[in-house]
Design a protein around this ligand. Structure first.
Ligand code: FES
Length: 147
């Protein structure tokens, strides 16, 4: 994960913006991509996005604070992103997520993510850069315990 105001981090933000800026309604995809890439959306990124999309900082900040998916501070706990999209849901990701959150308590954040591109081998989760497939209580519990 990049530090919030480092030059490389801002380069990442600019690269994300250039990938999405041509789209209609580019703001949300850009914010989701920054959140996914960096884990949170800092003030510098908000300013960079506002400038690139010709929006006010308050407009971008308003969107960031409206959606619970976006975080303006780093998550201090380890984060397991458990896929909640359709194919993983059909394989039980919802009850697995509930179980995982109760198992993890306050020690590990269990967050939703919507499709990791491995739909045929779900339920899937992401921990750091690693994708874990075919999760069940035993394998997900082992991941949680290892953190
Ligand atoms: S639906 Fe979970 S990886 Fe695609």
């Amino acid at each position: 994960m990049n530090l919030p105001n480092d030059a490389a981090g801002q380069e990442d933000v600019r690269a994300i913006i250039s990938r999405h800026a041509h789209r209609e309604g580019a703001l949300l995809p850009i914010l989701h991509a920054i959140q996914a890439d960096r884990g949170w959306i800092d003030e510098t990124a908000i300013r960079t996005v506002a400038h690139a999309l010709n929006l006010s900082r308050a407009e971008v900040h308003g969107v960031v604070s409206f959606y619970h998916d976006f975080r303006t501070r780093p998550e201090p706990r380890p984060v397991i992103k458990l896929c909640r999209a359709e194919a993983c849901q059909a394989r039980g990701s919802e009850p697995l997520a509930e179980w995982a959150q109760s198992r993890a308590g306050d020690r590990v954040a269990i967050e939703p993510v919507y499709c990791l591109g491995l739909c045929s081998v779900g339920p899937n989760a992401m921990l750091g850069d690693d994708v874990h497939a075919r999760l069940d209580q035993a394998s997900l519990g082992a991941l949680i315990e290892a953190l």
